[in-house]
Design a binder for this molecule. Structure first.
Ligand SMILES: NC(=O)c1ccc[n+]([C@@H]2O[C@H](COP(=O)([O-])OP(=O)(O)OC[C@H]3O[C@@H](n4cnc5c(N)ncnc54)[C@H](O)[C@@H]3O)[C@@H](O)[C@H]2O)c1
Length: 266
């Protein structure tokens, strides 16, 4: 069990991104946070913007797809104290469609979104088990639940949701819980190119959401904070969509299926 006098450590990957930074901010209330990212400059800028004490957040530069870098980062993070939370948040999509996919983009999307998350879990497996109450949260996507484009990324996220269940089943005996969060459209750096190509992309996206509100990075962070909290002590192996109902069902199809005017204008 974790020594009560030592601050436990939470690992957050992709911490320079908007969602990662919001998760760092939430978890820094209860943990020392190891904020890991490939982009050192963006990481220091993101951590500075959070304005949390330097003793609460340690920035670690690492390309998670490189095993030697991951091993070094894991050693550095483990030196901070007993790790009891891992949030696998780093992720990105390159292949837009199966037709456009190449061996390189397929390999990138699987390597970052699935393999790196599992390698991260393996890197912190020992302290997570030793803590006796460890938590893994994998940031998946609505793309892991339905086909919305970016097929290689989506296959990796679907794999990540399965891996979450596998961890929950195999490691429950150590008091470890594993859950996934599946965000819908969140306006972050990841959308920059799409927003440049189509400034109306978020309004267009919103029209597909039953509940007319796109999630903010803080909504994803709130779901993570809930899942690692004692309030979720019997929740493991779950995938929690934070998607304003996008994966609950289509907004237009019920009109066709029922011919009821109750579904007009949805
Ligand atoms: N923004 C959305 O609409 C959305 C929707 C569903 C799921 N997600 C998921 O949420 C997570 C965060 O997304 P975001 O929108 O904040 O993205 P982002 O691009 O803003 O941030 C991702 C971060 O990951 C880092 N990263 C990329 N490759 C890395 C590597 N090899 N090693 C270490 N770090 C690396 C980047 O430097 C970046 O800081 C991702 O897993 C993403 O798939 C996002």
């Amino acid at each position: 069990m974790t020594d009560d006098n030592i601050d436990p450590v939470a690992i957050v990957t992709g911490a320079a991104g908007d969602i990662g930074a919001a998760i760092v901010a939430r978890l820094s209330a209860t943990h020392k946070v190891a904020a890991i990212d490939l982009d050192a400059d963006a990481l220091s800028a993101a951590v500075a913007r959070l304005g949390v004490s330097g003793s609460k957040v340690t920035s670690i530069r690492c390309d998670l797809t490189k095993p030697d870098e991951l091993a070094r980062a894991a050693d550095e993070a483990a030196d901070l104290g007993p790790v009891n939370i891992l949030v696998n948040n780093a992720g990105a999509a390159r292949a837009l469609s199966l037709h456009a996919m190449t061996m390189d983009t397929l390999s990138h999307d699987l390597s970052l979104n699935l393999e790196a998350a599992l390698n991260c879990f393996k890197s912190f497996e020992k302290p997570l088990v030793e803590s006796g109450s460890g938590n893994v949260v994998n940031i998946a996507s609505v793309n892991g639940l339905s086909a919305f484009g970016h097929p290689a990324y989506s296959a990796a996220k679907a794999g990540l949701i399965h891996a979450t269940k596998a961890i929950a089943v195999e490691y429950g005996k150590y008091g470890l819980r594993a859950n996934a969060v599946a965000p819908g459209t969140v306006k972050t750096q990841a959308w920059k190119a799409r927003e440049a190509a189509n400034p109306g992309v978020f309004d267009e996206a919103l029209s597909w959401y039953p509940f007319k509100l796109l999630p903010e990075p803080e909504d994803i962070a709130a779901a993570v904070a809930f899942l690692v909290s004692p309030a979720a002590r019997c929740i493991t192996g779950a995938c929690l969509p934070v998607d304003s109902g996008l994966t609950a069902g289509s907004t237009a199809l019920p009109r066709t299926f029922t011919q009821s005017a109750d579904f007009d204008g949805s």
